[in-house]
Design a protein around this ligand. Structure first.
Ligand code: FUL
Length: 620
């Protein structure tokens, strides 16, 4: 396991005095009797490994979700899909790499196996793979084609291998599946050259034997350490931490030095729960939290989000590719908040990145490069070793308008800033522009356009001396979001009624208002007239997830008395992490006037139901 506790010392030149500073790579345990002050001092001196640093510097990384779901139009497969469905007509991994490079991406991570268990490479471990598909007569290998294209064009390459496997017979028989999984991992890390990131999500389920799988993370991480020691391991790995949402939202206070213990460590969950923290927690690094902790990790955040509502390509979402304005916001809220962005760009059924997505990422890249090509600070900014309360004043090029400041800490000396302010000298006086908490590797702050003569940065509070190695002032052009609204029903809700008195908010056409009920409560709607129904849409709540439906049955009726089941044990896959509208096509048309959804299981097993909107899909 790559739990490195090396202590390195660095000879620092601060002013004219030589100071020997002890640094802790990746982890530091607090001495048992350490005071809060001592703990904070140690927290300020935990630093990334070389691999974590190189990863952080990539800034923009790309996810490729491609596989069986691309061909079944789903987000999660159940593992029973026939491999013959997998048949891209024009797959070209060089096109993926060129397109992503034009978008400024430095690494690409491929879903070598998603939860459905279908393997995109020639594996010895199962027949449920490309070898059983008609694509390239069963001789194709997507992992080979992509890794080759990456290595040829200087792009880093990573793999996503889903631990949860809904196809493997042995899933749930823990030792057998661990062996199977490690064999898959070994193939991927042995046969395809250099791999720079290995990505495991935490999903875990029951196998066909009815038993919950228990993963052997220690052996899994040891396999990576042995075969690709320079690769960072993400999410269930111990180098890169999940930011806690799939919506592209980094924290404004983001500590890479955190007491949050990787969940794959045997005591990870227990330690975190003792501290009252989880991946989604707002506070993962405050003084108050560090004071209660027993140690501190360098465990930086990665923001994973899709360019489309779903992780896999669905032609129906071609109109819902994120706008440039939205992508720019995501950039500021991820890379600009001390995180690495992992943006998913899912290839279509041809096996190509779709033209719309390609144009978007290129436009994003142009925006970023043009904005940050022009630093309006006059003169060169030297590294600034700031003590608490210290300020620096910087001249702005004459006549410039700025609305963005970039600050960076030299994280090879730790992450230290806790609070800073930015002011501008304009029209003969100092004016407060904005302020922030953490900085870390990169912090971008936007504020109203300002014609400044000088800017003043003040480090209001920090742990030990802060080493600021980059300051920039820029003008980021304003972009209008195209204001697209998502259509959740093909049929107007005029004349609709719910059979439950207070449930109108579930069909009022407003996705912001939720109908909430205590208990697992069915909802019946009367459309007012016989209608040909081809499917429905469920919009879950996004503020408080309580009541979000995970499993359900769906019925229709002509008269409200006799009901026909259309979907039994349906699943809104991945709704917990990605609470977007879910569109479900029946694959056939029902003539009916009433529709009833019967929730079976709430996302966390709670006794609650929440529906922001139910919509009707008409035949096309
Ligand atoms: C989640 C998965 O369930 C999604 O399908 C997707 O792969 C996302 C990146 O991770 O946990």
């Amino acid at each position: 396991m790559k739990l490195i506790t090396t202590i390195s010392t660095l000879l620092l030149l601060v002013g004219c005095t030589h100071t020997r500073e002890v640094l802790y790579t990746k982890y530091a345990a607090f001495p048992e009797d350490a005071t809060t002050e001592q703990k904070i001092d140690i927290a300020a001196r935990v630093v990334p490994t070389d691999e974590q640093l190189a990863w952080q510097q990539l800034e923009l990384t790309a996810f490729i979700h491609f596989g069986m779901n691309t061909f079944t139009d789903s987000e999660w497969g159940n593992g029973r899909e026939t491999p013959t469905l997998f048949n891209p007509t024009a797959l070209d991994c060089e096109q993926w790499v060129h397109t992503l490079q034009k978008g400024g991406f430095k690494m690409v991570i491929l879903t070598a196996k998603h939860h459905d268990g279908f393997c995109l490479w020639q594996t010895e471990t199962t027949d449920h793979s490309v070898a059983s598909s008609p694509w390239r007569d069963g001789k194709g290998d997507v992992v080979r084609e992509l890794s080759d294209a990456c290595h040829k064009h200087g792009m880093k390459f990573g793999v996503y291998l889903s631990p949860w496997d809904r196809n493997a017979e042995c899933y749930g028989d823990s030792p057998a599946y661990n062996e199977f999984f490690i064999a898959q991992l070994t193939e991927l890390l042995t046969n395809y050259g250099r791999v720079d990131e290995v990505w495991f999500d935490g999903a875990c389920g029951e196998g066909p034997n009815g038993k919950q799988q228990v993963y052997d993370w220690e052996s899994i991480l040891a396999t990576i350490e042995h075969l690709q020691p320079h690769a960072v391991t993400a999410i269930m790995g111990d180098d890169v931490r999940w930011v806690g949402n799939e919506g592209g939202r980094g924290r404004t206070t983001e500590w890479s030095a955190t007491p949050f213990t990787p969940q794959s460590y045997s005591l990870g969950r227990a330690t975190n729960s003792k501290l009252g923290i989880e991946e989604m927690s707002t506070d993962l690094g405050s003084r108050e939290l560090v004071a209660r902790a027993e140690g501190i990790y360098w465990y930086p955040s990665e923001v994973d989000v899709s360019i489309r509502p779903g992780w896999f390509y669905h032609a129906s979402q071609d109109d819902e590719v994120r706008s440039i304005a939205n992508l720019v916001d995501i950039y500021f809220n991820s890379v600009g908040r001390n995180s690495v962005l992992l943006l998913n760009i899912p290839p279509d059924r041809r096996g190509l990145i779709h033209e719309i997505d390609a144009a978007c990422i290129e436009a994003l890249h142009n925006y970023i490069t043009t904005t940050f090509a022009n630093n309006f600070i006059d003169g060169k900014v030297r590294e600034w070793h700031a003590s608490e309360g210290e300020s620096i004043e910087l001249k702005i090029k004459r006549g410039s308008i700025i609305n963005t400041v970039q600050l960076s800490e030299d994280i090879t000396r730790g992450q230290r800033v806790e609070h800073f302010t930015i002011e501008a000298y304009t029209n003969g006086r100092w004016q407060h522009l904005t302020e922030g908490t953490t900085i870390g590797y990169k912090r971008l702050l936007r504020f109203s356009d300002c014609r400044a003569e000088r800017v003043r940065i003040t480090i209001k509070s920090c742990r030990s001396t802060a080493h600021i190695n980059n300051i920039g002032a820029y003008y980021a052009p304003h972009l209008e979001d195209d204001g697209r609204s998502v259509i959740v029903s093909d049929l107007s809700n005029e004349g609709w009624q719910t059979m439950d008195d207070d449930a109108y908010t579930a069909i009022d056409g407003d996705v912001e208002t939720a109908w909430r009920s205590e208990g697992i409560t069915p909802l019946t709607i009367d459309l007012g007239a016989m209608t040909d129904i081809a499917g429905f849409c469920y919009v879950p709540p996004t503020d408080d997830p309580t009541g979000t439906i995970y499993l359900y049955n769906l019925y229709v009726s002509k008269d409200g008395n006799e009901w026909q089941e259309c979907i039994s044990n349906g699943e809104f896959s991945n709704i917990k992490n990605n609470p977007i509208p879910y569109y479900v096509n029946f694959g056939t048309t029902y003539s009916a006037r009433y529709l009833r959804i019967v929730p079976l299981y709430e996302i966390d097993g709670k006794s609650a139901t929440a529906i922001c909107e139910l919509g009707i899909l008409l035949p096309r």
